[in-house]
Design a protein around this ligand. Structure first.
Ligand code: ADP
Ligand code: ZN
Length: 216
Protein backbone atom coordinates (compact mmCIF):
# COMPACT_ATOMS: atom_id res chain seq x y z
CA UNK A 1 0.00 0.00 0.00
CA UNK A 2 1.19 3.51 -0.86
CA UNK A 3 0.67 5.41 2.37
CA UNK A 4 2.88 8.50 2.11
CA UNK A 5 0.73 10.63 -0.12
CA UNK A 6 0.67 14.26 -1.21
CA UNK A 7 -2.26 15.99 -2.94
CA UNK A 8 -1.58 18.72 -5.49
CA UNK A 9 -4.14 20.90 -7.19
CA UNK A 10 -5.37 24.48 -7.45
CA UNK A 11 -7.26 26.16 -4.61
CA UNK A 12 -10.82 24.90 -4.62
CA UNK A 13 -9.94 21.61 -6.31
CA UNK A 14 -11.42 19.71 -3.38
CA UNK A 15 -8.12 18.59 -1.85
CA UNK A 16 -9.25 19.04 1.74
CA UNK A 17 -12.60 17.27 1.41
CA UNK A 18 -11.02 14.37 -0.45
CA UNK A 19 -8.01 14.06 1.87
CA UNK A 20 -10.16 14.07 5.00
CA UNK A 21 -12.30 11.17 3.72
CA UNK A 22 -9.33 9.17 2.49
CA UNK A 23 -7.72 9.70 5.89
CA UNK A 24 -10.78 8.21 7.68
CA UNK A 25 -10.87 5.16 5.43
CA UNK A 26 -7.12 4.49 5.20
CA UNK A 27 -6.43 5.27 8.86
CA UNK A 28 -3.58 7.68 8.20
CA UNK A 29 -3.46 11.31 9.37
CA UNK A 30 -4.73 14.10 7.13
CA UNK A 31 -2.26 16.97 7.43
CA UNK A 32 -3.45 20.26 5.97
CA UNK A 33 -0.90 23.07 6.22
CA UNK A 34 -3.76 25.55 5.65
CA UNK A 35 -5.64 24.12 8.68
CA UNK A 36 -2.47 24.11 10.82
CA UNK A 37 -1.78 27.73 9.87
CA UNK A 38 -5.37 28.83 10.56
CA UNK A 39 -5.14 27.13 13.96
CA UNK A 40 -1.90 29.02 14.71
CA UNK A 41 -3.67 32.25 13.72
CA UNK A 42 -6.63 31.48 16.02
CA UNK A 43 -4.31 30.72 18.93
CA UNK A 44 -2.26 33.85 18.23
CA UNK A 45 0.89 31.71 18.19
CA UNK A 46 4.07 33.43 16.90
CA UNK A 47 3.80 31.43 13.66
CA UNK A 48 0.19 32.54 13.20
CA UNK A 49 1.06 36.18 13.77
CA UNK A 50 3.71 36.01 11.04
CA UNK A 51 1.48 34.08 8.64
CA UNK A 52 -1.83 35.95 8.91
CA UNK A 53 -1.15 38.89 6.58
CA UNK A 54 0.07 36.62 3.81
CA UNK A 55 -2.91 34.29 4.18
CA UNK A 56 -5.58 37.00 4.18
CA UNK A 57 -4.04 38.46 1.01
CA UNK A 58 -4.04 35.08 -0.71
CA UNK A 59 -0.24 34.91 -0.83
CA UNK A 60 1.90 31.95 0.14
CA UNK A 61 3.42 31.97 3.62
CA UNK A 62 7.27 32.00 3.46
CA UNK A 63 8.81 28.55 2.93
CA UNK A 64 10.92 28.47 6.11
CA UNK A 65 7.85 28.97 8.32
CA UNK A 66 5.78 26.29 6.63
CA UNK A 67 8.63 23.78 6.33
CA UNK A 68 9.47 24.12 10.04
CA UNK A 69 5.83 23.61 10.98
CA UNK A 70 5.51 20.53 8.76
CA UNK A 71 8.78 19.01 9.96
CA UNK A 72 7.43 19.07 13.53
CA UNK A 73 4.11 17.61 12.48
CA UNK A 74 5.67 14.72 10.54
CA UNK A 75 7.88 13.86 13.53
CA UNK A 76 4.80 12.93 15.58
CA UNK A 77 4.20 9.20 16.09
CA UNK A 78 0.90 9.03 14.16
CA UNK A 79 2.84 9.68 10.93
CA UNK A 80 4.78 6.41 11.28
CA UNK A 81 2.23 4.48 9.21
CA UNK A 82 1.90 7.19 6.58
CA UNK A 83 0.20 10.52 5.95
CA UNK A 84 -1.83 12.42 3.44
CA UNK A 85 -0.50 15.93 2.89
CA UNK A 86 -3.00 18.51 1.71
CA UNK A 87 -1.60 21.86 0.59
CA UNK A 88 2.06 20.94 1.00
CA UNK A 89 4.40 21.16 -0.84
CA UNK A 90 3.41 24.32 -2.69
CA UNK A 91 6.82 25.45 -4.00
CA UNK A 92 9.83 23.67 -5.43
CA UNK A 93 11.83 24.62 -2.31
CA UNK A 94 9.16 22.94 -0.15
CA UNK A 95 9.18 19.82 -2.34
CA UNK A 96 12.94 19.52 -1.98
CA UNK A 97 12.75 20.09 1.78
CA UNK A 98 10.06 17.40 2.05
CA UNK A 99 12.34 14.97 0.23
CA UNK A 100 14.82 15.42 3.07
CA UNK A 101 12.18 14.81 5.76
CA UNK A 102 10.17 11.85 4.44
CA UNK A 103 9.83 9.61 1.42
CA UNK A 104 6.75 10.21 -0.76
CA UNK A 105 5.09 7.20 -2.45
CA UNK A 106 2.34 8.91 -4.40
CA UNK A 107 1.55 12.41 -5.68
CA UNK A 108 -2.11 12.91 -6.58
CA UNK A 109 -2.78 15.79 -8.96
CA UNK A 110 -6.40 16.94 -8.80
CA UNK A 111 -7.34 18.35 -12.20
CA UNK A 112 -10.37 20.66 -12.17
CA UNK A 113 -11.73 23.03 -14.83
CA UNK A 114 -11.20 26.73 -13.94
CA UNK A 115 -14.91 27.68 -13.93
CA UNK A 116 -15.64 25.03 -11.28
CA UNK A 117 -12.89 26.40 -9.03
CA UNK A 118 -14.16 29.96 -8.96
CA UNK A 119 -17.78 28.89 -8.39
CA UNK A 120 -16.76 26.57 -5.57
CA UNK A 121 -14.63 29.04 -3.66
CA UNK A 122 -17.23 31.78 -3.73
CA UNK A 123 -19.83 29.48 -2.14
CA UNK A 124 -17.55 27.71 0.33
CA UNK A 125 -18.20 27.79 4.08
CA UNK A 126 -15.92 26.52 6.85
CA UNK A 127 -16.72 25.47 10.44
CA UNK A 128 -15.19 27.88 12.96
CA UNK A 129 -14.77 25.07 15.50
CA UNK A 130 -13.65 21.91 13.66
CA UNK A 131 -12.64 23.18 10.20
CA UNK A 132 -15.12 20.99 8.27
CA UNK A 133 -15.79 22.36 4.78
CA UNK A 134 -19.24 22.90 3.23
CA UNK A 135 -20.59 24.50 0.09
CA UNK A 136 -23.91 26.30 -0.04
CA UNK A 137 -24.52 24.89 -3.53
CA UNK A 138 -22.88 21.49 -3.80
CA UNK A 139 -22.36 20.33 -0.22
CA UNK A 140 -24.79 22.21 2.06
CA UNK A 141 -24.98 21.57 5.81
CA UNK A 142 -28.26 20.04 7.08
CA UNK A 143 -29.04 23.26 8.96
CA UNK A 144 -28.01 26.55 7.30
CA UNK A 145 -24.94 28.14 8.89
CA UNK A 146 -24.36 25.27 11.36
CA UNK A 147 -21.79 22.43 11.19
CA UNK A 148 -23.29 18.91 10.87
CA UNK A 149 -20.39 17.38 12.78
CA UNK A 150 -19.99 19.63 15.81
CA UNK A 151 -22.70 22.30 15.78
CA UNK A 152 -20.12 25.07 15.27
CA UNK A 153 -20.88 28.25 13.33
CA UNK A 154 -19.95 28.31 9.62
CA UNK A 155 -18.15 31.31 8.11
CA UNK A 156 -16.62 32.44 4.82
CA UNK A 157 -12.82 32.47 4.81
CA UNK A 158 -11.19 35.89 4.41
CA UNK A 159 -9.21 34.52 1.46
CA UNK A 160 -12.33 33.21 -0.33
CA UNK A 161 -13.22 36.82 -1.26
CA UNK A 162 -12.82 37.49 -5.01
CA UNK A 163 -9.62 39.58 -4.80
CA UNK A 164 -7.77 37.03 -2.64
CA UNK A 165 -9.06 34.15 -4.81
CA UNK A 166 -7.51 35.79 -7.87
CA UNK A 167 -4.23 36.14 -5.99
CA UNK A 168 -4.28 32.49 -4.84
CA UNK A 169 -4.85 31.28 -8.40
CA UNK A 170 -1.86 33.37 -9.58
CA UNK A 171 0.32 32.00 -6.80
CA UNK A 172 -0.75 28.48 -7.75
CA UNK A 173 0.10 28.94 -11.43
CA UNK A 174 3.45 30.56 -10.78
CA UNK A 175 4.76 28.56 -7.82
CA UNK A 176 2.84 25.30 -7.35
CA UNK A 177 1.99 24.10 -10.85
CA UNK A 178 5.65 23.33 -11.66
CA UNK A 179 5.51 20.59 -9.01
CA UNK A 180 3.36 18.50 -11.36
CA UNK A 181 6.39 18.09 -13.64
CA UNK A 182 8.68 17.54 -10.66
CA UNK A 183 6.67 14.54 -9.40
CA UNK A 184 5.93 13.26 -12.88
CA UNK A 185 9.68 12.95 -13.42
CA UNK A 186 9.90 11.01 -10.17
CA UNK A 187 7.26 8.68 -11.68
CA UNK A 188 4.85 8.88 -8.74
CA UNK A 189 2.28 11.28 -10.23
CA UNK A 190 -1.35 10.22 -10.74
CA UNK A 191 -3.85 12.65 -12.31
CA UNK A 192 -7.40 12.60 -10.99
CA UNK A 193 -10.02 14.53 -12.94
CA UNK A 194 -13.20 16.14 -11.63
CA UNK A 195 -15.58 16.41 -14.56
CA UNK A 196 -18.54 18.37 -13.28
CA UNK A 197 -19.39 20.63 -10.36
CA UNK A 198 -22.16 18.29 -9.22
CA UNK A 199 -19.86 15.29 -8.92
CA UNK A 200 -19.95 13.93 -5.35
CA UNK A 201 -16.60 13.84 -3.49
CA UNK A 202 -16.85 10.02 -3.25
CA UNK A 203 -15.85 9.68 -6.90
CA UNK A 204 -12.43 11.24 -6.24
CA UNK A 205 -12.08 9.43 -2.92
CA UNK A 206 -12.42 6.10 -4.75
CA UNK A 207 -9.87 7.17 -7.34
CA UNK A 208 -7.34 8.15 -4.68
CA UNK A 209 -7.87 4.93 -2.69
CA UNK A 210 -7.37 2.90 -5.87
CA UNK A 211 -4.11 4.75 -6.61
CA UNK A 212 -2.96 3.95 -3.05
CA UNK A 213 -3.76 0.29 -3.60
CA UNK A 214 -6.79 0.19 -1.27
CA UNK A 215 -10.11 -1.26 -2.44
CA UNK A 216 -12.98 1.24 -2.05
P1 ADP B 1 -6.53 26.44 -0.61
O1 ADP B 1 -5.87 25.17 -1.06
O2 ADP B 1 -8.01 26.39 -0.72
O3 ADP B 1 -5.95 27.67 -1.23
P2 ADP B 1 -5.34 26.18 2.08
O4 ADP B 1 -6.20 26.07 3.26
O5 ADP B 1 -4.55 25.01 1.66
O6 ADP B 1 -6.30 26.70 0.91
O7 ADP B 1 -4.30 27.41 2.27
C1 ADP B 1 -4.74 28.67 2.70
C2 ADP B 1 -3.56 29.63 2.79
O8 ADP B 1 -2.60 29.14 3.74
C3 ADP B 1 -2.76 29.78 1.50
O9 ADP B 1 -3.31 30.73 0.63
C4 ADP B 1 -1.40 30.22 2.06
O10 ADP B 1 -1.42 31.58 2.45
C5 ADP B 1 -1.26 29.38 3.31
N1 ADP B 1 -0.60 28.10 3.05
C6 ADP B 1 -1.12 26.85 3.22
N2 ADP B 1 -0.23 25.89 2.90
C7 ADP B 1 0.90 26.55 2.51
C8 ADP B 1 2.17 26.13 2.03
N3 ADP B 1 2.47 24.83 1.88
N4 ADP B 1 3.07 27.09 1.71
C9 ADP B 1 2.79 28.40 1.84
N5 ADP B 1 1.62 28.86 2.27
C10 ADP B 1 0.66 27.95 2.60
ZN1 ZN C 1 -17.65 21.68 12.99
Amino acid sequence: MKSRVIILGPPGAGKGTCASRVSDIAGIPHISTGDLLREAVRERAPLGIRAKGHMDAGELVPDELVVGMLRERLARPDCQKGFILDGFPRTLAQAKALGGIAAVDLAINMVVPADIIVKRLSTRLVCSKCGAVYNTRTLPPKKAGICDKCGGKLYQREDDRPEAVRRRLEEYKKKTKPLIGYYREKRILVNIKTKSIGEPPEANVRRVLAAMGIKG
